[in-house]
Design a protein around this ligand. Structure first.
Ligand code: AMP
Length: 145
């Protein structure tokens, strides 16, 4: 085995734990929050989408600015007054990528092709943090240098 092949296989089988942004630093909302609150968090954090958690700190989905705006789109205008009456749970995207903390870098790289971030869970499915496409690409970039 050449040194390059060895380095490549080490990278791909590496665990993702070092790359995770810890849950304390992740902006999130909860299922029962109204959409005006979620929009506020999204705008203030500057992110397009953030995780949605339940009361047990488990990930239930993601919510994005686009989903919120789409849900209040009337025939001729955005019905902003409805933002307070709709909950996050009603409009969130439930089909989201998730990985366990011991997932390999290769699995994360593959998943990140279609997702800007991946929610990471522990063995009891509690939310640990997120893995962003940016941090995955940064490591690949370091490897190629
Ligand atoms: P980035 O690669 O840093 O631009 O992050 C990609 C996406 O991951 C962002 O658009 C957000 O949806 C999400 N994200 C990154 N960092 C955070 C964070 N601290 N809290 C919540 N979501 C985040």
């Amino acid at each position: 085995m050449t040194i390059d092949t060895l380095k490549k296989s080490q990278l791909m089988s590496k665990e993702i734990s070092d790359l995770i942004i810890s849950h304390e630093k992740v902006a999130h909302v909860q299922l029962q929050n109204p959409l005006d609150h979620a929009l506020l968090i999204l705008i203030k954090s500057g992110y397009t989408a953030i995780p949605v958690l339940d009361n047990d700190y488990k990930v239930r989905g993601q919510i994005s600015k686009n989903e919120i705006l789409d849900s209040i789109l009337g025939l001729e205008r955005l019905e902003i007054e409805r933002l307070h009456d709709i909950t996050v749970e009603t409009v969130m995207n439930k089909k989201i990528p998730r990985l366990k903390t011991d997932a390999t870098f290769l699995k994360a790289l593959t998943t990140s092709i279609n997702h800007p971030f991946i929610c990471i869970e522990d063995e009891k499915a509690a939310f640990v943090g997120i893995l962003t496409r940016r941090s995955i690409l940064a490591l690949v970039h370091r490897y190629f240098q």
